[in-house]
Design a protein around this ligand. Structure first.
Ligand SMILES: Nc1ncnc2c1ncn2[C@@H]1O[C@H](COP(=O)(O)OP(=O)(O)OP(=O)(O)O)[C@@H](O)[C@H]1O
Ligand SMILES: [Mg+2]
Length: 254
């Protein structure tokens, strides 16, 4: 059984059908990429999944639990976490404080049973562990807003995985990054997939082809096709959609 199943999702903005009866599934342990030209409806779909937008029709089930109609924080409790294209870090706080706040926000009832000193130690250990996972342990004391862009995005990922999601939604995690930072983010995403499935929206085709087990192509709010990187690269319909600059990017990455 798939982890996330979207069935016939619809979202209208006035006369515009931004999400046109979209059905697709993300499997356990999978990196599933969502690609498509600008305005295809990728972010809208992620917003429908995270609950930031409510769907006009259709259903969404995560690990057997119906998400349809639940507000975002309830979806997080069900195992869904996301990173935003605009980062959600507290820029005035240190890296460590950001991580501690995130860990605290998601600490379960087992923590509340502990005495306060033990609880602080346990939260601290978890926050340190998160810093290690995203390779920011040496930046623990640094004010988050002074980190370079790539490091801020890594911190953002750490804040999202503090919720221990079953499915992590990443909307353009490589946006604005140079090749070195992108390569680091690819490594980071790859290291996460042993613990969670990932739905990845990304324009960087190199990264998509390196990471994705399956790719869904969205065009005018509809799923055009879904397949492995090899299948997507070889699909003439996809090549047609990507005429122009992104076709070049696709060829370069092929
Ligand atoms: N809040 C909104 N109100 C009205 N129209 C919207 C709204 N959000 C998105 N749209 C429209 O819906 C369509 C899909 O937009 P969306 O942002 O989901 O595309 P996208 O695939 O994420 O594009 P990009 O690659 O540029 O990020 C676009 O035509 C967009 O203008
Ligand atoms: Mg978008």
């Amino acid at each position: 059984m798939s982890l996330l199943v979207a069935n016939q999702l619809v979202k209208r903005f006035g006369a515009l059908l931004a999400t046109d009866h979209v059905s697709f599934a993300v499997d356990r342990g999978e990196v599933h990429a969502l690609i498509g030209p600008n305005g295809a409806g990728k972010s809208t779909l992620v917003n429908l999944i995270s609950g930031l937008l409510s769907a006009d029709a259709g259903t969404l089930v995560l690990d057997g639990v119906e998400l349809t109609g639940l507000p975002p924080h309830r979806r997080v409790a069900c195992g869904l976490s996301r990173c935003f294209q605009v980062t959600s870090i507290f820029p005035q706080q240190s890296v460590g404080e950001n991580l501690l706040l995130a860990v605290q926000a998601h600490a379960g009832s087992s923590f509340r049973m502990l005495r306060s000193r033990d609880r602080d130690a346990a939260l601290h250990a978890q926050a340190r562990d998160l810093a290690r996972r995203v390779h920011l342990e040496s930046e623990w004391l640094r004010t988050a807003g002074t980190l370079p862009h790539g490091a801020q995005r890594k911190l953002d990922v750490a804040l999202a995985i503090a919720a221990r999601p079953k499915l992590l939604l990443l909307d353009e995690p490589m946006a604005g990054m140079g090749p070195v930072e992108s390569a680091e983010m690819v490594r980071l995403i790859r290291s996460l997939r042993q613990d969670m499935a990932i739905l990845l929206i990304e324009h960087d085709m190199d990264a998509v082809f390196q990471l994705a087990d399956r790719i869904s192509v969205l065009v005018y709010g509809k799923v055009l096709t879904c397949g492995t990187a090899q299948e997507i690269k070889a699909n003439p319909q996809v090549q047609e959609v990507y005429l122009g600059s992104e076709a070049d990017a696709m060829e370069a990455a092929a």
